[in-house]
Design a protein around this ligand. Structure first.
Ligand code: NAD
Ligand code: DAO
Ligand code: ZN
Ligand code: ZN
Length: 369
């Protein structure tokens, strides 16, 4: 079928709105109609050319809300008209990662997904016979997508897809990093580095976990007011200090925080986030994705003396089994999502969403179809 899509033909160039070809779903695949998609910093990261896994041409996008149109052979868990959120971290329920009870990183289709292909090693996307890559198994910057069945979370139909699409990445990643990865306890002190969509999700997770003090760190002070509304209690702008920011935080917290979260993708900030943790028990979670070839460093003595460094992908959330419950939490008023939508626009204006992100204007842009 012919579909409208925003195509990234090459790195560091604006997306082009094109009519392209989408082949139908094969065995174990599902055709979905996109209702809305968020634009996440990771889309910008891949578009920039800094992503070592970045492939072009590609249809980016991984924060979608959609409706099932057609199921391929063998598909049993979703049917036409179901409301779904595509998952860049799928859940097959059978691989040794899924059954380990220790991780959400299902590996069932990892190899082909990393190559921008469907599980059979081919793409459903093309233009004039030229193959276009899928992105993260989701490619939500298009009117329709074909995705593997194991990469779809079926959700409550009452949830507005133009809002809960944001649970397809940013908000879920932030909340899950707090509740699943760090397992923050009530009364904790938490530092959040970067107050974009992910950092604000972390703040929300910290509030839900009963943290007593939540320190927001950002170089853009415009981000502080919304962070305050989400529950942050203290704010630090590194640009206002001429000593390393970890020293400022240690001084302000009687020895350091119980937990910190890096939500930027800056390796220097990752060091600060680790080193602002309390000696003996402080834990730091890396969420931000750093540029190709970059490395983290600290003195090993930081770890010897009890600080812990972790990482978190999609908040450790198993999408098919846990995301529907988070949508229900949103419907019950326990998770805030609507407040994250700063701009809404049609696909034709998607490059404006990247401009807003680069300017630090708002939290999330949502594209509606
Ligand atoms: P965003 O652009 O919305 O927010 C980033 C924030 O960081 C902005 O508020 C910006 O002002 C701030 N910032 C930039 N440099 C800073 C610095 N030196 N010190 C303090 N603050 C600084 O981005 P986002 O969508 O929230 O994504 C954040 C990061 O998380 C990105 O690296 C993204 O790729 C990554 N990410 C990871 C996962 C995962 O599963 N691990 C999922 C989604 C996104
Ligand atoms: O299983 O090896 C793997 C990769 C899983 C992908 C997890 C990606 C998380 C970080 C990227 C942010 C995506 C928006
Ligand atoms: Zn994302
Ligand atoms: Zn699996």
């Amino acid at each position: 079928m012919k579909i409208k899509a925003a195509v990234a033909w090459e790195a560091d160039q604006p997306l082009q709105i094109e009519e392209i070809d989408l082949a139908g779903p094969k065995n174990g695949e599902v055709l979905i109609k996109m209702v809305a998609t968020g634009v996440c910093h990771t889309d910008a990261y891949t578009l920039s050319g800094d992503d070592p896994e970045g492939l072009f041409p590609v249809v980016l996008g991984h924060e979608g809300g959609a409706i099932v149109v057609e199921t391929g052979a063998g598909v049993t868990s979703v049917q036409k008209d179901d409301h779904v959120i595509p998952l860049y971290t799928p859940e097959c329920g059978k691989c040794n990662f899924c059954t380990s009870g220790k991780t959400n990183l299902c590996q069932a289709i990892r190899e082909t997904q990393g190559k921008g292909l469907m599980p059979d090693g081919t793409s459903r996307l093309s233009k004039n016979g030229e193959m276009i890559h899928h992105y993260m198994g989701t490619s939500t910057f298009a009117e329709y997508a074909v995705v593997p069945e194991i990469a779809l979370a079926k959700i409550n139909k009452q949830a507005p897809l133009d809002k809960v699409c944001l649970l397809g990445c940013g908000i879920t990643t932030g909340i899950g990093a707090v509740t699943n990865t760090a397992k923050v306890e009530p009364g904790s002190t938490v530092a959040v580095f970067g107050l974009g969509g992910i950092g604000l999700g972390v703040i929300q997770g910290a509030v839900l976990s009963g943290a007593k003090r939540i320190i927001g760190v950002d170089i853009n002070p415009d981000k502080f007011e919304f962070a305050r509304q989400m529950g942050a209690t203290d704010f630090i702008n590194p640009k206002e200090h001429d000593v390393p920011i970890q020293e400022v935080i240690i001084d302000a917290t009687d020895g350091g925080v119980d937990y910190s979260f890096e939500c930027v993708g800056n390796v220097n900030l990752m060091r600060s986030a680790l080193e602002c943790c309390h000696k003996g028990w402080g834990e730091s979670v890396i969420i931000g994705v750093a540029g190709a070839g970059q490395e983290i460093s600290t003195r090993p003595f930081q770890l010897v003396t009890g600080r812990v460094w972790r990482g978190s992908a999609f908040g450790g959330v198993k999408g098919r089994s846990q995301l529907p419950g988070m949508v229900d939490q949103y419907l019950a008023g326990d998770i805030k999502v609507d407040e994250f939508v700063s701009h809404t626009m049609p696909l034709e204006d998607i490059n404006k969403a990247f401009d807003f992100m680069h300017k630090g204007d708002g939290i999330r842009s949502v594209i509606t179809f």
